[in-house]
Structures are given as structure tokens and as C-alpha cells.
Design a protein around this ligand. Structure first.
Ligand SMILES: [Cu+2]
Length: 130
């Protein structure tokens, strides 16, 4: 094969690799908004956590758990509210049990509609009432 054609083919190869990478990155779910935010220090215990992603997610496959110094991996249910007609398909609401003052982590694992999973954690602290 002449070297010119070789260069053309390797160029096409590079474009294909870049194109595929861009396509995959586009579909991955990334948190664009969370309430409370990660590392938040709160004066009132939150009743729920809301995570909003850059893409639609498969809410039925979402998993979340609560961790603290006293509680290890308490499974958090994905509430019915998530599946309401007017619910944002990119936002996940996770209900929390009543929380005592302390430091907490909510760990989550979600599936984007492209089939890729995203795992993450939101850390927050609830202060003693003043
Ligand atoms: Cu993806």
C-alpha cells in the first residue's frame, strides 16, 4: 500500500476512535445538580436528596444507601414520586429517614438510558440545633 493511502487510513482510524469516544461520553450520566450539595453542612436534617443528571436515567434501576458512623449501608427506597407523570426524567428523589445530627453519606448507583452506570456519593453533615 502506498504510504499516502496508509496515512489516509490511519487518519480515518483516529477519527473513528475519537468519534466513538465522544459518543460514549455524551451518553454518560453526570450529576449536574444535587440538593443538598456534596459537602453541605446543614442546620436542619433533609427529608430527601435530589440528584439531577445531564441525561435521562432508568429510575427503576437506581440504588441508594445511607452511611454514617452509626449506620452502615441502610438501603434507601426509590420513592413512587420519581415515577409521577410530571417527574423530571433526569432527576432522582431519594427519601431519607429522620436523621440525628451527624455526618452522612448517600451513595448511589444509577443507570443512564444508554446502559452505562454511574456511581457516586453525596456527603453532608447535620449540625446540632443552636
Ligand atoms: Cu455512557
Amino acid at each position: 500500500m502506498p504510504s499516502f493511502m496508509g496515512e489516509v487510513f490511519s487518519g480515518i482510524g483516529i477519527l473513528l476512535v475519537l468519534g466513538i469516544t465522544v459518543t460514549l461520553a455524551w451518553g454518560h450520566a453526570v450529576v449536574v445538580k444535587s440538593s443538598p450539595t456534596d459537602q453541605a453542612v446543614l442546620t436542619q436534617a433533609p427529608g430527601a436528596i435530589t440528584l439531577c443528571f445531564n441525561v435521562k436515567i432508568e429510575k427503576a434501576f437506581a440504588r441508594a444507601s445511607l452511611w454514617s458512623t452509626k449506620t452502615r449501608r441502610k438501603r434507601l427506597p426509590i420513592s413512587e414520586h420519581n415515577f409521577a407523570q410530571d417527574a423530571d426524567p433526569a432527576c432522582l428523589h431519594i427519601s431519607l429517614p429522620p436523621l440525628q445530627p451527624g455526618a452522612y453519606q448517600v451513595r448511589y448507583k444509577i443507570l443512564a438510558t444508554d446502559g452505562h452506570t454511574t456511581e457516586g456519593v453525596v456527603r453532608f453533615a447535620v449540625n446540632e440545633p443552636a
